[in-house]
Design a protein. Structure first.
Length: 265
């Protein structure tokens, strides 16, 4: 094939200039290059970087992930959640120093009510935040697990709380395991929200704790002796405690079965 049939060609010089040419007959039976165009290549050091030629636009503020603590986090529901944590610490101190059983029971009931209140306000007024989603379950675990830990083996004036080490172990282990399981599943976009068994577990725990606290108070048992004897109150306490353990185990098993199904989807 003749050079002319192969089209043009080109070469670069040391100065950075490039030449475009075509082959043409030279009159002696051969072919000579015919210069058609010259141009200067830009210096490689001056060429724009590819990412600067088509820069990626900065994300809009609405597309940015929400911050952990921002102005929206300073709202009433989160303040209520923080107040519940403070109440929990005061409750643990009162249990530890003995003698304040009725006040301790009242503080626990107030703290349990704020658990409902902060969630209700956050949903109603659209104030659900990242901080709230972290703090609310954390404080719930603190007040429930902490109450059982401080009540474990507690006795006063010949009365006992009825909480054993095995009860505490089951409750704390379930909370830790399900919390870890939920974190893993939600990381992969699985819906692992609370179901009725989890809510039933929380309700019976919130009833059992103040009953245990009041079972340590001679003054309270004397006040209600006209309606409920000490033996009947103790029986009620034990039924609630073992019921709490049973519902805790059941809800834990149900959540594990549900997690296995979600993981297989």
């Amino acid at each position: 094939m003749l050079p002319a049939q192969r089209g043009g060609g080109g070469q670069s010089t040391q100065s950075g200039e490039s030449a475009a040419f075509a082959w043409t007959p030279d009159g002696a039976g051969g072919y000579a290059p015919l210069l058609t165009q010259t141009y200067r290549d830009p210096s490689p050091h001056c060429r724009p970087m590819p990412e600067l030629e088509n820069p990626t636009p900065a994300p809009h503020a609405s597309q940015m992930p929400p911050g952990l603590i921002d102005r929206r986090s300073l709202n009433l529901p989160n303040l209520i959640t923080i107040s519940r944590l403070v109440l929990a610490i005061i409750l643990f101190v009162l249990i530890d120093i003995d003698g304040w059983w009725r006040l301790s029971a009242a503080l626990f009931v107030i703290a349990a009510f704020t658990d409902f209140l902060d969630g209700y306000l956050a949903r109603k007024y659209g104030q659900v935040t990242v901080l709230g989603r972290i703090l609310d379950p954390f404080v719930d675990k603190i007040i429930i697990c902490g109450s059982f830990i401080f009540l474990q083996g507690k006795s006063a004036d010949g009365l006992s709380s009825g909480v054993t080490a095995w009860m505490t172990f089951v409750i704390v282990a379930r909370e830790m395991f399900i919390t870890s399981l939920r974190a893993v599943l939600e990381q992969y976009g699985k819906d692992f929200s609370a179901k009725w068994s989890g809510k039933a577990k929380m309700f019976i725990q919130c009833v059992a704790v103040p009953v245990c606290l009041l079972s340590l108070s001679r003054i309270f048992l004397g006040d209600v002796a006209e309606y409920v004897s000490t033996g009947q109150w103790t029986l009620l306490r034990d039924i609630l405690l073992w019921g709490t353990v049973a519902v805790t185990v059941y809800s834990g098993v149900e959540y594990v079965v549900r997690a296995v199904r979600l993981w297989g989807e």
